[in-house]
Design a protein around this ligand. Structure first.
Ligand code: ZN
Length: 239
């Protein structure tokens, strides 16, 4: 397994519409390895989700998963609703159930240090392939629904900042301008061209800050994941 480079805002791969994978492609060693590497990369950077375009692969695939740490005190109400089952979904199609929307904070591993309150549907139905190439359908609500919508947006070249409104949007765009991601991307790309291979071990990108995006410290019981899938055990934030 390997930790993959995460593309930052400004990189064109984040704005492309990713292509679908066929069931036979899903079962290929290349895609299986990509899924494993994406889980590892997501955990390394303490994300709650990670879409393939974020690791420079323009295919319709994302991983997600978050379990609030169980060794904390139990007073963080917010965290208890934050469990996300461990998921690898391919070619996801989202149907919004009902009309309820909610705003909540989101961050993104591709947009370090920026957060914003994003309106999302609170209940969704997702049809997709799982990593074995089997059709799956799942209903998701709350934070899990939010993460799935955030990650599926990545497959269509949409970033959460596109969905911000009003002052939130202005503030985020101002911060992004100050962060000057475009030049950062160029620099890391140039560096990568020289040192071929994914040999960076927690050095140049995003360490330390990526985990601060959507949540604070954790508190909750283990095994409370929404769909009964065992959680991934990651701590953190963004997708
Ligand atoms: Zn994201």
């Amino acid at each position: 397994m390997a930790i993959l480079k995460v593309a930052r805002m400004g990189h064109p791969v984040l704005r492309a519409r990713a292509r679908a994978l066929s069931p036979s492609e899903i079962k290929s060693p290349e895609v299986q390895r990509l899924i494993d590497d994406m889980f590892e990369t997501m955990h390394e950077y303490q994300g709650v989700g990670l879409a393939a375009p974020q690791v420079h692969e323009s295919v319709r695939l994302f991983v997600a998963g978050f379990s609030p740490p169980d060794d904390d005190d139990d007073d963080d109400e917010e965290d208890r609703g934050r469990s996300v089952p461990r998921l690898a979904l391919i070619n996801p199609e989202i149907k919004i159930v009902g009309e309820n929307m909610a705003e909540d904070w989101e961050g993104c591993l591709s947009i370090p240090d920026i957060r914003g309150r994003v309106p999302r549907a609170t209940q969704i139905l997702v049809q997709a392939y799982d990593r074995r190439g089997k059709r799956v359908e799942l209903r998701a609500g709350g934070y899990t629904a939010r993460v799935i919508q955030h990650e599926t947006d990545h497959l269509d070249g949409i970033l959460f900042t596109d969905r911000l409104e009003g002052e939130d949007r202005k503030a985020a765009l101002r911060s992004i301008r100050n962060a000057n991601y475009d030049s950062v991307t160029e620099r890391t790309t140039a560096k990568r061209a020289k040192t071929v291979g994914s040999s960076f071990g927690g050095g140049s990108f995003g360490t330390g800050t990526a985990g601060t995006s959507t949540k604070g410290t954790g508190a909750s019981a283990p095994g409370t994941s929404a769909n009964g899938t065992p959680g991934a055990g990651s701590v953190g934030a963004a997708g």
